[in-house]
Design a protein around this ligand. Structure first.
Ligand SMILES: *[C@@H]1O[C@H](CO)[C@@H](O)[C@H](O)[C@H]1NC(C)=O
Ligand SMILES: *[C@@H]1O[C@H](CO)[C@@H](O)[C@H](O)[C@H]1NC(C)=O
Ligand SMILES: *[C@@H]1O[C@H](CO)[C@@H](O)[C@H](O)[C@H]1NC(C)=O
Ligand SMILES: CC(=O)N[C@H]1CO[C@H](CO)[C@@H](O)[C@@H]1O
Length: 541
Protein backbone atom coordinates (compact mmCIF):
# COMPACT_ATOMS: atom_id res chain seq x y z
CA UNK A 1 0.00 0.00 0.00
CA UNK A 2 1.07 3.54 -0.68
CA UNK A 3 2.81 4.92 2.40
CA UNK A 4 0.90 8.20 2.17
CA UNK A 5 -2.34 6.24 2.34
CA UNK A 6 -1.07 4.30 5.35
CA UNK A 7 -0.31 7.44 7.28
CA UNK A 8 -3.62 8.96 6.23
CA UNK A 9 -5.44 5.88 7.49
CA UNK A 10 -3.76 6.00 10.84
CA UNK A 11 -4.70 9.66 11.12
CA UNK A 12 -8.36 8.80 10.47
CA UNK A 13 -8.13 6.04 13.07
CA UNK A 14 -6.71 8.52 15.55
CA UNK A 15 -9.54 10.95 15.05
CA UNK A 16 -12.40 8.50 15.52
CA UNK A 17 -11.17 6.78 18.65
CA UNK A 18 -12.24 8.91 21.56
CA UNK A 19 -15.21 7.18 23.13
CA UNK A 20 -14.71 6.24 26.76
CA UNK A 21 -15.46 7.42 30.23
CA UNK A 22 -13.02 10.31 30.45
CA UNK A 23 -14.44 13.64 31.59
CA UNK A 24 -13.43 16.18 28.92
CA UNK A 25 -11.62 19.45 29.49
CA UNK A 26 -13.94 22.36 30.19
CA UNK A 27 -12.11 24.73 27.88
CA UNK A 28 -11.85 28.43 28.48
CA UNK A 29 -10.07 30.63 25.99
CA UNK A 30 -8.12 33.49 27.49
CA UNK A 31 -9.76 36.37 25.60
CA UNK A 32 -7.55 38.36 23.33
CA UNK A 33 -4.72 35.82 23.32
CA UNK A 34 -4.93 33.39 20.41
CA UNK A 35 -4.33 29.74 21.36
CA UNK A 36 -4.40 30.46 25.09
CA UNK A 37 -6.56 27.70 26.49
CA UNK A 38 -7.05 26.48 30.07
CA UNK A 39 -9.20 23.64 31.40
CA UNK A 40 -11.44 24.93 34.17
CA UNK A 41 -12.07 22.83 37.28
CA UNK A 42 -14.31 23.64 40.24
CA UNK A 43 -15.92 21.85 43.18
CA UNK A 44 -18.14 19.69 40.95
CA UNK A 45 -16.35 19.42 37.60
CA UNK A 46 -12.85 18.49 36.48
CA UNK A 47 -11.42 16.67 33.46
CA UNK A 48 -9.89 13.19 33.90
CA UNK A 49 -7.80 10.89 31.75
CA UNK A 50 -7.57 7.11 31.80
CA UNK A 51 -4.77 5.03 30.30
CA UNK A 52 -5.79 2.43 27.70
CA UNK A 53 -3.99 -0.91 27.92
CA UNK A 54 -2.52 -1.40 24.42
CA UNK A 55 -3.70 -4.64 22.72
CA UNK A 56 -1.14 -6.75 20.82
CA UNK A 57 -0.43 -5.30 17.38
CA UNK A 58 -1.87 -1.88 18.20
CA UNK A 59 -0.59 1.36 19.61
CA UNK A 60 -2.32 4.11 21.59
CA UNK A 61 -1.59 7.82 21.18
CA UNK A 62 -2.44 10.71 23.51
CA UNK A 63 -2.19 14.19 22.00
CA UNK A 64 -2.17 17.66 23.57
CA UNK A 65 -1.85 20.67 21.30
CA UNK A 66 -1.87 24.40 20.98
CA UNK A 67 -5.23 24.14 19.18
CA UNK A 68 -6.81 22.62 22.31
CA UNK A 69 -6.45 18.81 22.29
CA UNK A 70 -5.84 17.53 25.82
CA UNK A 71 -4.72 13.89 25.90
CA UNK A 72 -6.88 13.20 22.81
CA UNK A 73 -6.80 9.43 22.40
CA UNK A 74 -6.02 7.62 19.18
CA UNK A 75 -5.43 3.98 18.26
CA UNK A 76 -3.54 2.52 15.32
CA UNK A 77 -2.18 -0.76 13.96
CA UNK A 78 1.51 -1.53 14.09
CA UNK A 79 2.72 -2.05 10.49
CA UNK A 80 5.77 -3.42 8.67
CA UNK A 81 8.72 -1.05 8.79
CA UNK A 82 9.56 1.20 5.86
CA UNK A 83 12.88 0.41 4.21
CA UNK A 84 13.87 3.89 3.18
CA UNK A 85 12.21 7.17 3.94
CA UNK A 86 10.84 8.66 0.72
CA UNK A 87 10.09 11.94 2.44
CA UNK A 88 6.62 10.94 3.66
CA UNK A 89 7.67 11.21 7.31
CA UNK A 90 9.26 14.33 8.71
CA UNK A 91 10.61 12.48 11.72
CA UNK A 92 11.96 8.93 11.58
CA UNK A 93 13.39 7.37 14.76
CA UNK A 94 14.79 3.90 15.18
CA UNK A 95 14.08 2.56 18.68
CA UNK A 96 16.11 -0.21 20.30
CA UNK A 97 14.59 -1.42 23.59
CA UNK A 98 17.59 -3.65 24.26
CA UNK A 99 19.93 -0.68 24.56
CA UNK A 100 19.07 0.86 27.92
CA UNK A 101 20.08 3.86 30.03
CA UNK A 102 18.88 5.34 33.35
CA UNK A 103 16.00 3.95 35.45
CA UNK A 104 13.26 6.47 36.24
CA UNK A 105 12.42 7.46 39.85
CA UNK A 106 9.46 9.70 39.04
CA UNK A 107 7.97 13.14 38.46
CA UNK A 108 6.40 15.73 40.71
CA UNK A 109 6.22 19.26 42.09
CA UNK A 110 6.99 21.27 45.22
CA UNK A 111 4.82 21.76 48.29
CA UNK A 112 5.88 25.34 48.92
CA UNK A 113 3.88 27.49 51.30
CA UNK A 114 2.46 29.24 48.21
CA UNK A 115 1.28 25.90 46.79
CA UNK A 116 -0.36 24.90 50.06
CA UNK A 117 -1.92 28.34 50.67
CA UNK A 118 -3.51 28.39 47.21
CA UNK A 119 -4.73 24.82 47.65
CA UNK A 120 -6.42 25.84 50.88
CA UNK A 121 -8.22 28.70 49.17
CA UNK A 122 -10.17 26.18 47.06
CA UNK A 123 -13.57 24.87 48.21
CA UNK A 124 -13.36 21.27 49.48
CA UNK A 125 -14.70 19.62 46.30
CA UNK A 126 -12.23 21.57 44.20
CA UNK A 127 -9.39 20.54 46.55
CA UNK A 128 -10.27 16.90 45.87
CA UNK A 129 -10.40 17.53 42.13
CA UNK A 130 -7.00 19.22 42.33
CA UNK A 131 -5.45 16.32 44.27
CA UNK A 132 -6.97 13.83 41.80
CA UNK A 133 -5.67 15.87 38.84
CA UNK A 134 -2.08 15.67 40.07
CA UNK A 135 -1.87 12.37 41.93
CA UNK A 136 -4.64 9.89 41.10
CA UNK A 137 -4.80 7.06 38.57
CA UNK A 138 -7.13 9.23 36.43
CA UNK A 139 -4.85 12.23 36.85
CA UNK A 140 -1.18 12.65 35.93
CA UNK A 141 0.12 10.38 38.71
CA UNK A 142 2.82 12.46 40.37
CA UNK A 143 4.98 10.28 42.63
CA UNK A 144 7.64 12.73 43.87
CA UNK A 145 7.44 15.92 45.95
CA UNK A 146 9.91 18.51 47.16
CA UNK A 147 9.33 20.19 50.51
CA UNK A 148 11.08 23.37 51.67
CA UNK A 149 12.30 23.00 55.28
CA UNK A 150 10.60 26.12 56.78
CA UNK A 151 10.31 29.05 54.34
CA UNK A 152 11.44 29.60 50.76
CA UNK A 153 10.90 32.74 48.70
CA UNK A 154 7.41 31.30 47.99
CA UNK A 155 6.24 31.95 51.55
CA UNK A 156 4.26 34.86 52.93
CA UNK A 157 7.19 35.86 55.09
CA UNK A 158 10.65 34.40 55.84
CA UNK A 159 10.63 32.14 58.93
CA UNK A 160 12.72 29.26 60.30
CA UNK A 161 12.55 26.54 62.92
CA UNK A 162 13.97 27.35 66.34
CA UNK A 163 14.46 31.06 65.64
CA UNK A 164 14.31 31.52 69.42
CA UNK A 165 16.06 31.03 71.73
CA UNK A 166 19.08 32.19 69.75
CA UNK A 167 22.41 30.34 69.85
CA UNK A 168 20.53 27.24 70.96
CA UNK A 169 22.80 24.49 69.69
CA UNK A 170 20.55 21.74 71.10
CA UNK A 171 17.53 23.08 69.20
CA UNK A 172 15.36 22.98 72.33
CA UNK A 173 12.46 24.85 70.68
CA UNK A 174 12.19 23.00 67.37
CA UNK A 175 8.52 22.40 66.68
CA UNK A 176 5.79 22.68 64.03
CA UNK A 177 5.26 26.11 62.55
CA UNK A 178 1.74 27.36 61.80
CA UNK A 179 2.61 26.91 58.11
CA UNK A 180 3.29 23.20 58.66
CA UNK A 181 0.02 22.67 60.52
CA UNK A 182 -2.27 24.89 58.47
CA UNK A 183 -0.81 24.53 55.00
CA UNK A 184 1.88 22.02 54.11
CA UNK A 185 1.12 18.88 56.14
CA UNK A 186 -2.62 18.70 55.25
CA UNK A 187 -1.78 18.98 51.55
CA UNK A 188 1.01 16.39 51.82
CA UNK A 189 -1.28 13.91 53.59
CA UNK A 190 -3.95 14.43 50.92
CA UNK A 191 -1.41 13.93 48.13
CA UNK A 192 0.04 10.77 49.67
CA UNK A 193 -3.42 9.31 50.19
CA UNK A 194 -4.51 10.13 46.63
CA UNK A 195 -1.36 8.86 44.93
CA UNK A 196 -1.54 5.34 43.55
CA UNK A 197 2.03 4.53 44.61
CA UNK A 198 4.55 5.58 47.23
CA UNK A 199 5.44 9.26 47.00
CA UNK A 200 9.14 10.00 47.43
CA UNK A 201 9.47 13.31 49.29
CA UNK A 202 12.67 15.31 49.09
CA UNK A 203 13.35 18.04 51.67
CA UNK A 204 15.58 21.11 51.14
CA UNK A 205 16.63 23.98 53.39
CA UNK A 206 16.74 27.48 51.94
CA UNK A 207 18.24 29.03 55.04
CA UNK A 208 18.76 28.13 58.71
CA UNK A 209 17.72 30.63 61.43
CA UNK A 210 19.82 33.79 61.41
CA UNK A 211 21.75 32.91 64.57
CA UNK A 212 23.45 29.99 62.78
CA UNK A 213 24.82 32.30 60.08
CA UNK A 214 27.67 34.73 59.78
CA UNK A 215 25.68 37.27 57.76
CA UNK A 216 21.97 38.07 57.59
CA UNK A 217 20.26 36.40 54.63
CA UNK A 218 18.89 39.50 52.99
CA UNK A 219 22.36 40.60 51.96
CA UNK A 220 22.70 37.33 50.06
CA UNK A 221 26.29 36.50 51.02
CA UNK A 222 26.00 34.21 54.01
CA UNK A 223 27.80 31.28 55.64
CA UNK A 224 27.09 28.77 58.35
CA UNK A 225 29.02 29.43 61.59
CA UNK A 226 31.49 26.62 62.20
CA UNK A 227 30.23 26.10 65.76
CA UNK A 228 26.79 25.18 64.33
CA UNK A 229 27.84 22.58 61.73
CA UNK A 230 26.39 19.70 63.77
CA UNK A 231 23.41 21.80 64.85
CA UNK A 232 22.52 22.41 61.19
CA UNK A 233 22.75 18.67 60.45
CA UNK A 234 20.50 18.01 63.48
CA UNK A 235 18.14 20.70 62.19
CA UNK A 236 17.46 18.47 59.17
CA UNK A 237 16.97 15.37 61.29
CA UNK A 238 14.58 17.22 63.62
CA UNK A 239 12.55 18.24 60.59
CA UNK A 240 12.40 14.62 59.41
CA UNK A 241 11.24 13.50 62.87
CA UNK A 242 8.49 16.15 62.96
CA UNK A 243 7.19 15.32 59.51
CA UNK A 244 7.36 11.56 60.00
CA UNK A 245 5.48 11.91 63.30
CA UNK A 246 2.78 13.71 61.29
CA UNK A 247 2.63 10.86 58.76
CA UNK A 248 4.84 12.28 55.99
CA UNK A 249 7.82 9.99 55.27
CA UNK A 250 10.93 11.78 54.00
CA UNK A 251 12.81 9.87 51.28
CA UNK A 252 15.75 12.22 50.79
CA UNK A 253 17.39 15.56 51.51
CA UNK A 254 19.49 18.00 49.52
CA UNK A 255 22.59 19.77 50.81
CA UNK A 256 20.88 23.29 50.71
CA UNK A 257 18.88 25.05 48.03
CA UNK A 258 20.91 27.02 45.45
CA UNK A 259 24.08 27.80 47.41
CA UNK A 260 25.16 30.06 44.55
CA UNK A 261 22.46 32.58 45.58
CA UNK A 262 24.02 32.82 49.01
CA UNK A 263 27.43 33.41 47.50
CA UNK A 264 26.59 36.51 45.48
CA UNK A 265 26.49 40.05 46.77
CA UNK A 266 23.02 40.44 45.28
CA UNK A 267 20.79 38.05 43.36
CA UNK A 268 18.95 39.32 40.30
CA UNK A 269 15.47 38.31 41.48
CA UNK A 270 14.99 40.07 44.80
CA UNK A 271 15.98 39.16 48.35
CA UNK A 272 16.15 35.44 49.08
CA UNK A 273 16.43 33.11 52.02
CA UNK A 274 19.84 31.68 51.25
CA UNK A 275 22.85 29.91 52.62
CA UNK A 276 26.13 30.21 50.75
CA UNK A 277 28.76 27.47 50.83
CA UNK A 278 32.34 27.22 49.70
CA UNK A 279 33.32 23.81 48.34
CA UNK A 280 35.77 23.38 51.22
CA UNK A 281 33.23 24.06 53.97
CA UNK A 282 30.52 21.99 52.30
CA UNK A 283 32.85 18.97 52.09
CA UNK A 284 33.76 19.32 55.74
CA UNK A 285 30.11 19.54 56.76
CA UNK A 286 29.11 16.56 54.57
CA UNK A 287 31.90 14.38 55.89
CA UNK A 288 31.68 15.19 59.60
CA UNK A 289 28.07 16.20 60.18
CA UNK A 290 25.41 16.02 57.48
CA UNK A 291 26.46 12.66 55.99
CA UNK A 292 26.65 10.65 59.23
CA UNK A 293 23.52 12.32 60.66
CA UNK A 294 21.39 11.66 57.56
CA UNK A 295 22.50 8.05 57.32
CA UNK A 296 20.93 7.27 60.68
CA UNK A 297 18.13 9.77 61.27
CA UNK A 298 14.90 8.60 62.89
CA UNK A 299 16.08 5.00 62.47
CA UNK A 300 16.66 5.15 58.72
CA UNK A 301 19.20 6.12 56.11
CA UNK A 302 18.20 9.02 53.81
CA UNK A 303 19.11 9.66 50.22
CA UNK A 304 21.51 12.65 50.04
CA UNK A 305 21.53 14.81 46.93
CA UNK A 306 24.30 17.35 46.45
CA UNK A 307 24.40 20.57 44.38
CA UNK A 308 20.62 21.44 44.30
CA UNK A 309 21.54 24.28 42.00
CA UNK A 310 21.80 25.17 38.28
CA UNK A 311 23.38 22.68 35.91
CA UNK A 312 26.52 24.77 35.40
CA UNK A 313 27.34 24.24 39.10
CA UNK A 314 27.52 20.45 38.71
CA UNK A 315 31.20 20.10 37.72
CA UNK A 316 32.34 22.22 40.67
CA UNK A 317 30.47 20.13 43.27
CA UNK A 318 30.90 16.76 41.57
CA UNK A 319 34.66 17.17 41.23
CA UNK A 320 35.26 17.98 44.88
CA UNK A 321 32.85 15.27 46.03
CA UNK A 322 34.25 12.40 44.00
CA UNK A 323 37.80 13.45 44.88
CA UNK A 324 37.27 12.38 48.51
CA UNK A 325 35.86 8.96 49.26
CA UNK A 326 34.95 10.02 52.85
CA UNK A 327 32.59 12.59 51.32
CA UNK A 328 31.53 10.68 48.23
CA UNK A 329 30.27 7.71 50.26
CA UNK A 330 27.48 9.89 51.63
CA UNK A 331 26.32 11.39 48.34
CA UNK A 332 23.78 9.30 46.40
CA UNK A 333 23.26 11.72 43.56
CA UNK A 334 23.01 15.30 42.33
CA UNK A 335 19.96 17.56 42.30
CA UNK A 336 19.87 20.04 39.42
CA UNK A 337 17.68 23.06 38.66
CA UNK A 338 16.83 23.76 35.04
CA UNK A 339 16.71 27.58 34.88
CA UNK A 340 20.04 27.90 33.09
CA UNK A 341 19.86 24.80 30.92
CA UNK A 342 19.63 26.83 27.71
CA UNK A 343 23.14 28.10 28.24
CA UNK A 344 24.58 24.86 29.66
CA UNK A 345 24.67 21.89 27.29
CA UNK A 346 23.41 18.71 28.91
CA UNK A 347 26.49 16.65 28.03
CA UNK A 348 28.23 17.99 31.15
CA UNK A 349 25.87 15.69 33.04
CA UNK A 350 27.13 12.64 31.20
CA UNK A 351 30.77 13.50 31.67
CA UNK A 352 30.22 13.99 35.41
CA UNK A 353 28.26 10.76 35.79
CA UNK A 354 31.16 8.94 34.15
CA UNK A 355 33.39 10.03 37.04
CA UNK A 356 31.03 8.42 39.57
CA UNK A 357 28.80 5.89 37.79
CA UNK A 358 26.90 4.88 40.93
CA UNK A 359 25.42 8.36 41.39
CA UNK A 360 22.30 9.68 39.67
CA UNK A 361 21.00 13.07 38.59
CA UNK A 362 17.49 14.27 39.47
CA UNK A 363 15.83 17.49 38.24
CA UNK A 364 14.62 19.27 41.40
CA UNK A 365 13.36 22.69 40.30
CA UNK A 366 12.02 24.51 37.28
CA UNK A 367 9.29 26.97 36.33
CA UNK A 368 8.57 29.66 33.76
CA UNK A 369 10.15 32.66 35.39
CA UNK A 370 12.03 34.84 32.97
CA UNK A 371 11.45 37.00 29.95
CA UNK A 372 8.91 39.67 29.25
CA UNK A 373 5.15 39.32 29.41
CA UNK A 374 2.86 38.63 32.31
CA UNK A 375 4.10 36.55 35.25
CA UNK A 376 1.02 34.34 34.86
CA UNK A 377 0.01 33.95 31.20
CA UNK A 378 -3.17 31.90 31.39
CA UNK A 379 -3.29 29.12 28.81
CA UNK A 380 0.06 29.85 27.12
CA UNK A 381 1.08 26.96 24.88
CA UNK A 382 4.58 28.48 24.52
CA UNK A 383 5.15 27.91 28.22
CA UNK A 384 3.99 24.31 27.82
CA UNK A 385 6.57 23.92 25.04
CA UNK A 386 9.24 25.34 27.32
CA UNK A 387 8.44 22.51 29.72
CA UNK A 388 8.57 19.96 26.90
CA UNK A 389 12.00 21.17 25.69
CA UNK A 390 13.36 21.21 29.23
CA UNK A 391 12.06 17.82 30.38
CA UNK A 392 13.12 16.14 27.12
CA UNK A 393 16.60 17.63 27.45
CA UNK A 394 16.88 16.41 31.03
CA UNK A 395 15.66 12.89 30.31
CA UNK A 396 17.84 12.51 27.23
CA UNK A 397 20.75 13.61 29.42
CA UNK A 398 20.19 10.78 31.91
CA UNK A 399 18.15 12.49 34.65
CA UNK A 400 16.11 9.96 36.66
CA UNK A 401 13.16 12.33 37.07
CA UNK A 402 11.91 15.89 37.06
CA UNK A 403 10.38 17.85 39.94
CA UNK A 404 8.57 21.05 39.02
CA UNK A 405 8.39 24.11 41.30
CA UNK A 406 5.08 25.52 42.72
CA UNK A 407 2.13 23.28 41.83
CA UNK A 408 -0.50 26.03 42.17
CA UNK A 409 -0.18 29.82 42.38
CA UNK A 410 -2.64 32.71 42.45
CA UNK A 411 -3.53 34.90 39.45
CA UNK A 412 -0.56 37.13 40.26
CA UNK A 413 1.94 34.25 40.48
CA UNK A 414 2.34 34.28 44.26
CA UNK A 415 2.10 34.70 47.17
CA UNK A 416 5.76 35.53 47.50
CA UNK A 417 7.40 37.65 50.17
CA UNK A 418 10.25 38.58 47.85
CA UNK A 419 7.97 39.55 44.91
CA UNK A 420 9.61 36.92 42.74
CA UNK A 421 6.32 36.08 40.98
CA UNK A 422 6.31 33.24 38.42
CA UNK A 423 3.91 30.98 36.50
CA UNK A 424 2.66 27.53 37.54
CA UNK A 425 0.94 24.56 35.85
CA UNK A 426 -2.27 25.27 37.80
CA UNK A 427 -3.63 28.65 38.91
CA UNK A 428 -6.33 29.38 41.49
CA UNK A 429 -9.05 31.97 41.09
CA UNK A 430 -9.91 32.73 44.71
CA UNK A 431 -13.03 34.72 43.76
CA UNK A 432 -14.71 31.94 41.81
CA UNK A 433 -13.29 28.93 43.71
CA UNK A 434 -12.02 27.51 40.41
CA UNK A 435 -8.59 26.42 39.30
CA UNK A 436 -7.16 26.48 35.82
CA UNK A 437 -5.07 23.67 34.35
CA UNK A 438 -2.56 25.22 31.96
CA UNK A 439 -0.69 23.60 29.04
CA UNK A 440 2.33 23.18 31.39
CA UNK A 441 0.19 20.82 33.49
CA UNK A 442 -0.68 18.63 30.50
CA UNK A 443 2.92 18.58 29.25
CA UNK A 444 4.14 17.40 32.69
CA UNK A 445 1.49 14.67 32.51
CA UNK A 446 2.68 13.41 29.12
CA UNK A 447 5.74 12.23 31.06
CA UNK A 448 4.55 11.63 34.61
CA UNK A 449 1.48 9.58 33.74
CA UNK A 450 2.96 7.26 31.13
CA UNK A 451 6.53 6.84 32.38
CA UNK A 452 6.11 4.95 35.66
CA UNK A 453 8.83 4.53 38.27
CA UNK A 454 11.19 1.74 37.21
CA UNK A 455 10.94 2.53 33.47
CA UNK A 456 14.26 2.48 31.63
CA UNK A 457 15.17 4.99 28.95
CA UNK A 458 15.99 3.18 25.71
CA UNK A 459 18.02 4.07 22.64
CA UNK A 460 16.57 6.03 19.75
CA UNK A 461 18.49 7.02 16.65
CA UNK A 462 17.27 9.69 14.25
CA UNK A 463 17.03 8.50 10.65
CA UNK A 464 15.64 11.73 9.22
CA UNK A 465 17.65 14.90 8.69
CA UNK A 466 17.27 17.78 11.17
CA UNK A 467 15.05 19.96 9.06
CA UNK A 468 14.42 23.15 10.94
CA UNK A 469 16.41 26.17 11.99
CA UNK A 470 15.59 27.73 15.34
CA UNK A 471 12.81 30.26 15.67
CA UNK A 472 14.44 33.61 16.35
CA UNK A 473 11.30 35.05 17.95
CA UNK A 474 11.30 32.35 20.52
CA UNK A 475 13.03 33.43 23.71
CA UNK A 476 14.13 30.01 24.81
CA UNK A 477 15.34 28.80 21.45
CA UNK A 478 18.89 30.00 21.89
CA UNK A 479 21.19 27.35 20.56
CA UNK A 480 21.12 26.11 16.97
CA UNK A 481 19.05 22.99 16.34
CA UNK A 482 18.42 22.29 20.00
CA UNK A 483 14.66 22.09 19.66
CA UNK A 484 14.84 19.55 16.91
CA UNK A 485 17.35 17.54 18.88
CA UNK A 486 15.27 17.40 22.05
CA UNK A 487 12.02 16.41 20.39
CA UNK A 488 11.55 12.85 21.65
CA UNK A 489 12.51 10.26 24.24
CA UNK A 490 11.62 6.57 24.61
CA UNK A 491 11.24 4.20 27.58
CA UNK A 492 10.68 0.54 28.31
CA UNK A 493 8.20 0.36 31.20
CA UNK A 494 8.00 -2.34 33.90
CA UNK A 495 4.94 -3.72 32.03
CA UNK A 496 7.17 -4.32 28.96
CA UNK A 497 5.46 -1.61 26.95
CA UNK A 498 7.35 0.99 24.97
CA UNK A 499 6.41 4.61 25.68
CA UNK A 500 7.62 7.36 23.35
CA UNK A 501 7.03 11.04 24.02
CA UNK A 502 7.33 13.27 20.95
CA UNK A 503 7.14 17.06 20.84
CA UNK A 504 6.33 18.92 17.65
CA UNK A 505 7.33 22.59 17.81
CA UNK A 506 6.18 23.34 14.23
CA UNK A 507 3.35 22.69 11.73
CA UNK A 508 1.52 19.34 11.56
CA UNK A 509 3.85 16.43 10.73
CA UNK A 510 4.01 12.66 10.70
CA UNK A 511 6.59 10.64 12.55
CA UNK A 512 7.62 7.05 11.91
CA UNK A 513 8.97 5.00 14.83
CA UNK A 514 10.91 1.94 13.66
CA UNK A 515 11.31 -0.98 16.09
CA UNK A 516 13.01 -4.00 14.49
CA UNK A 517 10.81 -4.99 11.54
CA UNK A 518 7.84 -2.98 12.85
CA UNK A 519 6.69 0.57 12.38
CA UNK A 520 4.41 2.89 14.35
CA UNK A 521 3.18 5.94 12.45
CA UNK A 522 2.14 8.94 14.49
CA UNK A 523 0.35 12.05 13.34
CA UNK A 524 1.56 15.12 15.18
CA UNK A 525 -0.80 18.09 15.31
CA UNK A 526 0.82 21.50 14.87
CA UNK A 527 2.53 22.52 18.14
CA UNK A 528 1.75 19.38 20.06
CA UNK A 529 3.10 16.83 22.50
CA UNK A 530 2.19 13.18 21.90
CA UNK A 531 2.68 10.13 24.12
CA UNK A 532 2.62 6.79 22.27
CA UNK A 533 2.38 3.41 24.02
CA UNK A 534 2.53 -0.14 22.61
CA UNK A 535 3.71 -3.60 23.66
CA UNK A 536 7.40 -4.21 23.15
CA UNK A 537 7.58 -6.25 19.93
CA UNK A 538 11.25 -7.20 20.48
CA UNK A 539 12.35 -10.10 22.65
CA UNK A 540 15.00 -9.31 25.20
CA UNK A 541 18.37 -10.86 24.31
C1 LIG B 1 -18.65 23.79 37.90
O1 LIG B 1 -18.47 23.73 36.51
C2 LIG B 1 -19.51 23.07 35.84
C3 LIG B 1 -19.09 22.93 34.38
O2 LIG B 1 -18.80 24.16 33.84
C4 LIG B 1 -20.80 23.86 36.02
O3 LIG B 1 -21.86 23.21 35.36
C5 LIG B 1 -21.11 23.97 37.50
O4 LIG B 1 -22.22 24.80 37.69
C6 LIG B 1 -19.91 24.55 38.25
N1 LIG B 1 -20.14 24.41 39.66
C7 LIG B 1 -19.90 25.40 40.53
C8 LIG B 1 -20.14 25.07 41.95
O5 LIG B 1 -19.53 26.50 40.15
C1 LIG C 1 9.92 29.09 70.94
O1 LIG C 1 9.47 29.49 69.66
C2 LIG C 1 8.27 30.24 69.66
C3 LIG C 1 7.87 30.45 68.20
O2 LIG C 1 8.85 31.15 67.50
C4 LIG C 1 8.48 31.53 70.41
O3 LIG C 1 7.27 32.26 70.46
C5 LIG C 1 8.96 31.25 71.81
O4 LIG C 1 9.27 32.44 72.48
C6 LIG C 1 10.20 30.35 71.76
N1 LIG C 1 10.59 29.98 73.10
C7 LIG C 1 11.71 30.39 73.69
C8 LIG C 1 11.99 29.86 75.04
O5 LIG C 1 12.50 31.13 73.11
C1 LIG D 1 -12.05 34.88 38.44
O1 LIG D 1 -13.38 34.70 38.84
C2 LIG D 1 -14.18 35.87 38.79
C3 LIG D 1 -15.54 35.53 39.39
O2 LIG D 1 -16.14 34.46 38.68
C4 LIG D 1 -14.27 36.32 37.36
O3 LIG D 1 -15.03 37.53 37.27
C5 LIG D 1 -12.87 36.57 36.82
O4 LIG D 1 -12.94 36.89 35.44
C6 LIG D 1 -12.01 35.34 36.99
N1 LIG D 1 -10.65 35.67 36.60
C7 LIG D 1 -10.04 35.06 35.59
C8 LIG D 1 -8.67 35.54 35.28
O5 LIG D 1 -10.56 34.20 34.92
C1 LIG E 1 6.45 41.83 49.10
C2 LIG E 1 5.14 41.20 48.79
O1 LIG E 1 4.58 41.32 47.74
N1 LIG E 1 4.67 40.50 49.75
C3 LIG E 1 3.42 39.85 49.64
C4 LIG E 1 3.69 38.38 49.58
O2 LIG E 1 2.49 37.67 49.71
C5 LIG E 1 1.75 37.98 50.91
C6 LIG E 1 0.56 37.09 50.93
O3 LIG E 1 -0.18 37.24 49.77
C7 LIG E 1 1.33 39.44 50.94
O4 LIG E 1 0.65 39.73 52.13
C8 LIG E 1 2.59 40.26 50.85
O5 LIG E 1 2.24 41.61 50.74
Amino acid sequence: MDTKLVSLLSIVLSAICRADTDIPCNQRINDGYPNHIVCVCNATYCDTISRIEPKPGTYITYTSSQAGSRYLKGIGRIAKAIKTNDGTYEKVFEINPNKQYQTIFGFGGAVTDATAINFKVLPEGAQNNWLDSYFSEDGIKYNMLRIPIASSDFSETPYYYNEYPENDEDLTNFTYTPQDINYKIPLLLGAMETASEEVWALASTWSPPKWMKIVDEITATSRLKIEYYQTFADYHCNFIRLYEAAGVPIWGVTTSNEPIDGSMVSVPFGPQNTLGWTAFSMMKWLKNNFGPTMKSCNGKSRIILATDDQRYMLPLWADVIVAQEEVSQYVDGYALHAYADQSTPGDIVESNLKKSPTKFVLGTEFCHSTGSGPKVDLGSWDRGELYAVTILDNLVNNYVGFIDWNMILDLQGGPNWSENYVDSPTIVNATSGEFYKQPMFYVMGHFSKWVPRGSKRISTVRRSPVKYTPDKNNIYDKSPERKDIYDHVAFLTPKNTIVVIIANYYDAQTAALLIGSKQVTVFLEAHSVVTVEFNNPIRSP
